[in-house]
Design a protein around this ligand. Structure first.
Ligand code: HGY
Ligand code: MN
Ligand code: MN
Ligand code: MN
Length: 415
């Protein structure tokens, strides 16, 4: 369904149809024609094509472009030693939607293009960043670009490998990046960072609101668990003596679900699972699965991590299988800045909308940038709360309202 909006709804400020057309065009890159899902992973031809399109929009908006040592694409508008930074990501999860990340980058470009066309004079320069590899789809380690910009990316992180054994460092070098200069990327000039992003939950829909202000961002802890039993004949091995890795893993996964069902606020997800040798008539000898644990409170995350490990160890001992766990990524939860919260609230009211605050269950680049700058996040309502799914949808009207709020907030910060 092409993006369009009736003229009388087109806002007095941003160019709604231009933004909606840019969203439509970008959503075609990496799109699976069968499912409608978008597969745009870092260091791939699809990402390269998307970067070319996004940088052409940045140039159209009067920005100069640079790509830093880890592949963040940075459009700069205006001059000055102080920076107002806007951004998000253009990479996706497997079979992702067209708004997650992309909306934040394109809305930010639209804000700058509108400022450019209004020939506003600015007290600070504006940067729009498409952060490298926010989703971590290929390497099981995400938020690479914003970690680097916040000085949180260590050289050993770049040794993490994908399924074919290629490390992040090798993938970067193959894409002409120079990851050895990580220290050059850390920023200390960002006065404020603003990210517009789809909510990916149902809160705004339940409140019947188009936008909301994020107060804090829950952070992901990603673990990889390997359960090792014994592969044996499915027909000749009696049940009581089996060391079935998949049955053990299944009991562990259900125990994790039960533990989190009994809590509010924290969530846990087993999203990936691999069975070896994966034969119909072979008792699984080894199973590897991932756990994604989230909470807004770092202490709670580590307490939950230890209880999960204890539970899994008990099951492993009883079933006489062995257990190995590896931490894939740990990110600090972040609080947003009260002053930016206030600016957003005033500009939301200007659009005739009730300001509403909520936490983000999803992780975002903003939570890393919080280490070097005050952050603000503006959420856009998600239909049925669906995201990380081709059915992800936010209405044109909500997108236009949100982008006008972002425009007003940026203009207020750069007056
Ligand atoms: O996993 C997340 O929360 C985000 O989509 N990267
Ligand atoms: Mn255009
Ligand atoms: Mn996402
Ligand atoms: Mn995202």
């Amino acid at each position: 369904m092409p993006f369009s909006i009736s003229d009388e709804r087109v806002s007095a400020m941003i160019n709604a149809n231009r933004l909606l057309k840019h969203l439509q065009d970008l959503s075609q890159i990496g799109r699976n024609e069968l499912t409608g899902g978008i597969n745009r992973f870092s260091f791939t031809p699809e990402e390269k094509q998307a970067i070319e399109l996004v940088t052409s929009y940045m140039e159209e908006a009067g920005m100069t472009i640079k790509v830093d040592a880890v592949g963040n694409v940075i459009g700069t508008y205006g001059e000055g030693s102080e920076t107002i930074m806007l951004g998000s990501h253009i990479d996706t999860v497997p079979e992702g939607g067209k708004y997650d990340g992309a909306l934040g980058v394109l809305a930010a470009i639209e804000v700058v293009q509108t400022i450019h066309e209004q020939q506003l004079s600015l007290s600070k320069k504006i940067e729009v960043v498409a952060f490298k590899d926010e989703e971590g789809t290929r390497f099981g380690f995400g938020l690479i670009g914003s970690r680097a910009m916040a000085g949180l990316l260590a050289y050993e992180h770049l040794q993490k490998t994908d399924a074919s054994g290629i490390s992040i460092e090798e993938a970067m070098k193959q894409s002409q990046m120079s990851p050895l200069f990580l220290e050059k990327i850390k920023r200390n000039d960002i006065q404020a960072y603003l990210e517009m992003h789809i909510e990916q939950g149902r809160v705004l829909e339940n409140e019947n609101l188009p936008v909301g202000i994020v107060t804090g961002i829950a952070a992901p802890l990603w673990l990889e668990v390997t359960v090792t039993g014994v592969s044996e004949h499915a027909g000749a091995t009696p049940m009581p003596i089996r060391k079935d890795a998949l049955a053990a893993a299944s009991e562990m996964i259900l125990a994790i679900e039960q533990m989190f069902n009994d809590r509010s606020g924290s969530v846990a997800t087993v999203g990936k699972l691999n069975v070896e040798p994966n034969g119909v008539n072979v008792i699984p000898g080894r199973v590897t699965f991932t756990i994604d644990i989230r909470d807004i409170d770092e202490q709670i995350i580590s307490t939950l991590e230890s209880s999960i490990l204890r539970q899994m160890q008990k099951i492993a001992e009883r079933r006489k299988v062995s257990l190995k766990t590896k931490m894939l990524q740990r990110v600090k939860p972040a609080k947003t800045d009260p002053m930016l919260h206030q600016h957003l609230a005033i500009n939301i009211e200007k659009q005739g909308v009730r300001p509403y605050s909520l936490i983000s269950g999803a992780g975002h680049d903003a939570m890393n940038i919080a280490a070097v700058a005050p952050i603000g996040m503006l959420f856009v309502r998600s239909k049925d709360g669906i995201s990380h799914n081709p059915l992800e949808y936010s209405s044109d009207e909500d997108i236009v309202i949100a982008t006008n709020i972002l425009y007003d907030t940026v203009v207020g910060l750069t007056k």
